[in-house]
Design a protein around this ligand. Sequence first.
Ligand code: RB5
Length: 147
Amino acid sequence: MADRVIAGSDHAGLSLRAEAVKVAREAGFEVEDVGPFSGESVDYPDYARQVAEAVASGRARLGLLVCGTGIGMSIAANKVKGARAAHCASEYEARMARLHNDANVLCIGERVVGLGLGAAIVKAFLETRFEGGRHERRVQKLKDMEK
Ligand code: RB5
């Protein structure tokens, strides 16, 4: 069965979320898109919570969140136990977030990175695996902080 990715945004992240969903499907992931599906103004914590909880519970392996800056989504997602959300504005950060931090939720700002770079950031995040080794101990310490 294909790995599952779950994606959500607010009204400021609609276009990049659509790109992110496309990139994830092209990369072979099964994608659950939690919306929103209109341009109506919504509150980013509602979508961050749905996505982060799905990842923390194991329903999805990775989460993708888009808002205007990516900041609100990352603050909100990191309040969910088990979520390690990384706010990334470059492909390098997205790769390192997976390699070293085992980040399981990517947060991006459509108004900051735009669609082209945004799609490349999503691709880098999805195609990179956690490196483990010495980083295992550090990620374990993050998990210990949630106890
Ligand atoms: C919405 O205007 C904007 O505040 C939101 O998308 C996000 O950037 C919050 O962090």
